[in-house]
Every structure is written in C-alpha cells, then in structure tokens.
Design a protein around this ligand. Structure first.
Ligand code: CDP
Length: 221
C-alpha cells in the first residue's frame, strides 16, 4: 500500500494518461478531477447559463451529480446527472469555458468535497491543478508534470485527432495558454506546484518513461 498519489500540472502535460496507467499498475481508482469541472461546464452550456452568471453556475453545481465510473474495459466514463458525457466534455468549446466555471468558489467547494470523499474511501491516483496543494495535501506522493507549450499543444492536437474531435492547431495552443493563465491566477486553489511535489519535465519523455520514473519514486527504488 503506497498511499494516495497526487498529480498536478498545466494543460496537456500528460497527467491523465500517466495517472490512468499508474492507477492500473497500483490497482487504485483514477480520479480525473478535470473531467468533473468539464462535466459541470458542459451542463452549464447546455442549460444556456451565461458564463459570467456566477450565482446560477453555483446553483447548478449544487444540484449536479457527477460520477466517474470504469467500464468493463477499464475505460473511465463520465456521467452528469446520469447522462454519459465522456466525449462531449473533450470538445474545444468546453475547454474554452471550463476555467471560468472552475474559478467560482462555490463550484470548487462542491467539487473538492466530492474529491476528498473519494480519496477517503479508497486509495486514489488523483490528477488536477490543486490536488497536492489543496485537495489532498497529505497525499503520500505528489508529482507536478509539465512540458514545453509546443509539446503540450502537439500532444493535445494528437489526442483530439485520435478522438475525431475537430480542432485548429493554432487555436489549441492559444486555448491552452489562456486556460493555464486563468488557472494560475485565480484566487482560490490556483494551479501551483506544492512545495513537496516532485517536478517532472516530460517534454522529451514518452508516457512509458514518465510512468516508470514515477513508479520508481513511489516504490523507493
Ligand atoms: O486535460 P487538460 O489538462 O487540458 O485539463 P483538465 O485536467 O481536463 O482540466 C480542465 C480544467 O478544469 C482546467 O483547465 C481547470 O480550469 C479546471 N480544473 C481545476 O480547476 N482544478 C482541478 N483540480 C482540475 C481541473
């Protein structure tokens, strides 16, 4: 038993791919906290709530049920009020708006409560922006994954391509930059490396190399 693992970092640093593989390797639950903020953003957009209407968004958060469930193939599926939104939440329109929703205090309060409950119930690999610094500050292992903006944009385009989601390359890079800036500069639980997190620049590493490195640290090899 190696205890909870927190993985933070900017957009497109490979957190979710690495976290999922780590969770598989350790037999832990993978908690994609970004998917939770994305699911709520999808609902807010679907209900035509204005992105600057913080009161209505906070109200929507309070009455939103978000579930992360593995299917038989161990693919993580995302449900919002019982409806599957796994692929919808990856659309660029959701990416563009998610940081506006995620900066609202009441939204974060609600999500963090759900996330802490999951981490209390079973060992988790949890990825996001504020996991090591705020959500589970006592996690046994903390990592902060990053990579150059060019590499992160390249990876995100490749991912969108594989998922058959339409995109424009230059816009993807811009969207990532704008979102990172909003995530870093927000007042509550911003994107930050916890002082005791291990920084890994993955610009020149494959997913397998990153997973190996993280596992070595976790296992004290
Ligand atoms: O996949 P990608 O790295 O692009 O982002 P994500 O992990 O799906 O997160 C989407 C957005 O949710 C982030 O840009 C943040 O605005 C927000 N988020 C957050 O505020 N706190 C978290 N713990 C996770 C995500």
């Amino acid at each position: 038993m190696v205890g909870n693992v927190a993985i933070d970092g900017p957009a497109g640093a490979g957190k979710s791919t690495v976290s999922k593989l780590l969770a598989d390797e350790l037999g832990y639950l993978y908690v994609d906290t970004g998917a939770m903020y994305r699911a709520l953003t999808w609902k807010v957009m679907n209900q035509n709530i204005a992105m600057d209407d913080e009161v209505e968004i906070a109200r929507a958060a309070e009455f939103t049920d978000i579930e992360l469930k593995y299917d038989a193939q161990r693919v993580l599926r995302v449900f919002c009020d019982g409806q599957e939104v796994t692929s919808e939440i990856r659309q660029q329109v959701v990416s563009k708006n998610v940081s506006k929703v995620a900066r609202i205090a009441a939204v974060r309060h609600h999500m963090v409560r759900l996330q802490r409950r999951m981490a209390d119930k079973q060992p988790v690999v949890m990825d996001g922006r504020d996991i090591g610094s705020y959500v589970i500050p006592h996690a046994q292992h903390k990592f902060f994954l990053t990579a150059s903006i060019e590499e992160r944009a390249r990876r995100r385009c490749q991912q969108l391509d594989e998922q058959n989601i339409p995109f424009i390359g230059e816009e993807v890079k811009k969207e990532i930059e704008v979102r990172d800036e909003m995530d870093r500069s927000r007042e509550i639980a911003p994107l930050i490396k916890a002082p005791d997190a291990i920084l890994l620049d993955t610009s020149c590493q494959t997913v397998e190399e990153v997973v190996d490195e993280v596992l070595k640290v976790i296992r004290g090899e």
